[in-house]
Design a protein around this ligand. Structure first.
Ligand code: SAM
Ligand code: SF4
Length: 456
């Protein structure tokens, strides 16, 4: 379809995007909305007011599948859209995995587009509007470079910057390599140019994204160049750099050095451990032992004292025993995580782990999960105490949902920080700015205090 024709069909249509899952999906949604904007569409505040509803889906755990089916079906009872015709589009990992098969679970989807076909979404939606047809496009090989599409950033001061897509690791429980394909890195120049442009546009913080950022460049240059990338991104003048995710087996000493030496790399690292038991780690195909992980943590802490460490942990991997689980608990306690994303294992058809039988009762797994959450709450609380009495530079993101005068933002260590908006200041004075907060209260999931000095 000619771009002008797509524009004729889409101009003035309203759209709403609901995103499930990881930051990569959040960023893909920003590309979809950038593309729809470029054809004259307008963002709506809710699905009710939208002619186009897009669901960006995740298939990492089963609960996400069920939530998608529920949400799609609920679209049937919405009042008519402003134009009188509503198109429902499903993208992301479930769309890539199921393709047309998605229709066996939900029958009111008009457009299905895969993870490698973001660039086609406007055309697919326009075709569906034009003749009421159902459009399915989920090629397995990479069709277009999502990173070259227009981009509608959710906020002005922060940007997600994908540095690579796909994953080569094939952890035995994980569906991601099957739906996102193999690792494909952008060039260093492309990423650095993009961050430079963002700095000029007023962005203060970037999060570099990839399933395994430590292996950035391996596919393109023959060896990883993530440390070099961090140094060059640091030279752009961006104030804060974060990145996710890091695989422990690929975190090189030179990357730890770059983290320690580049002032804009924030003192924070997300390093998924998944389990504290070497036996389970082997079954998971993670390719490191408990001891290697703990040794890595020691080396990181030696170079970057006080760093905030966060992680992902799976409870109830098939065959996990109480002894294995106790090793996870003790590892979490030893590391003293500032934060952890904890998941109950979810069987994903097509992965090697899905073939392992597991007689462990659900209540046992739930009980382990609850015990792990308690340990993490303890380590997060302890970690936050170290901030008491300190002055913390906070990048303000907005205001607390419970109190419209309580500003909310992030510390360098990625802690949520609250402070009352000083008398006479307006939200515009602070949102997207850095303010110093003197921390006088440290809870499990946030710090609070009072603002000192002027926003900058
Ligand atoms: N590539 C990232 C890494 O290795 O750190 C993680 C990406 S994955 C989308 C996010 C997290 O989901 C994983 O770290 C893992 O803890 C969890 N996860 C993946 N597959 C899962 C499954 N089948 N059941 C439960 N949790 C799972
Ligand atoms: Fe999944 Fe492992 Fe790849 Fe992360 S590294 S996306 S957990 S296969």
């Amino acid at each position: 379809m000619e771009p002008n024709r797509i524009r004729d069909v889409l101009v003035g249509k309203t759209y709403y995007i609901r995103t499930f899952g990881c930051q990569m999906n959040l960023h893909d949604s920003e590309r979809v909305s950038g593309l729809l904007d470029s054809f004259g569409c307008l963002e709506a505040a809710s699905p009710e007011g939208a002619d186009i509803v897009v669901f960006m889906t995740c298939c990492v755990r089963e609960a996400a599948d069920q939530r998608l089916y529920g949400q799609c079906s609920s679209m049937k009872s919405l009042p008519p859209s402003p134009s009188g015709h509503r198109v429902i589009a499903v993208g992301g990992c479930i769309a890539q995995r199921d393709g047309e098969g998605l229709l066996t679970n939900v029958d009111n989807v008009d457009v299905i587009f895969g993870t490698h076909s973001l660039g086609h979404v406007a055309e697919l939606i326009a075709r569906s509007f034009e003749d009421g047809s159902r459009q399915v496009f989920t090629p397995e090989d990479v069709q277009d470079e999502a990173t070259s599409l227009p981009w509608h950033r959710a906020v002005s001061y922060h940007a997600w910057v994908p540095i690579m897509t796909g994953c080569n690791n094939f952890c035995s429980y994980c569906i991601v390599p099957y739906v996102r394909g193999r690792e494909k890195s952008r060039t260093i120049e492309e990423v650095v140019d993009e961050v430079g442009g963002l700095v000029r546009a007023g962005v203060r913080e970037v999060t570099l994204l990839g399933q395994n950022v430590n292996s950035f460049g391996r596919d393109r240059y023959g060896h990883p160049r993530f440390a070099e990338l961090l140094r060059q991104v640091g030279d752009t003048g961006i104030e804060r750099i974060r990145f996710t995710s890091s695989h422990p087996k690929d975190l090189l000493p030179e990357t730890i050095d770059a983290m320690a030496e580049v002032p804009s790399v924030m003192p924070q690292l997300h390093l998924a451990v998944q389990s504290g038991s070497t036996r389970i780690l082997k079954e998971m195909n993670r390719r490191y032992t408990r001891e290697q992980y703990l040794d890595l943590i020691d080396r990181i802490r030696d170079r970057i004292p006080g760093i905030a460490l966060s992680t992902d942990i799976i409870v109830g991997f098939p065959g996990e025993t109480e002894e294995d689980f106790l090793e996870t608990l003790s590892l979490a306690q030893t590391v003293g995580y500032a934060q952890a994303f904890t998941f109950i294992y979810s069987r994903r058809e097509g992965t090697p782990a899905a073939r392992i039988e597991d007689p462990t009762p659900r209540e046992v797994i739930q009980n382990r999960f609850d015990r792990l959450v308690k340990v993490i709450e303890g380590t997060a609380y302890d970690f936050n105490q170290q901030a008491l009495g300190r002055t913390i530079p906070v990048l303000v993101e907005g205001f607390s949902k419970k109190d419209a005068h309580m500003l909310q933002g992030k510390s360098p260590k990625n802690q949520t920080v609250h402070a009352p908006l000083p008398e006479g200041w307006t939200p515009e004075d602070v949102v997207g700015h850095i303010v110093d907060v003197e921390a006088d209260r440290a809870r499990t999931w946030y710090l609070s205090g009072t603002v000192a000095g002027e926003p900058r």
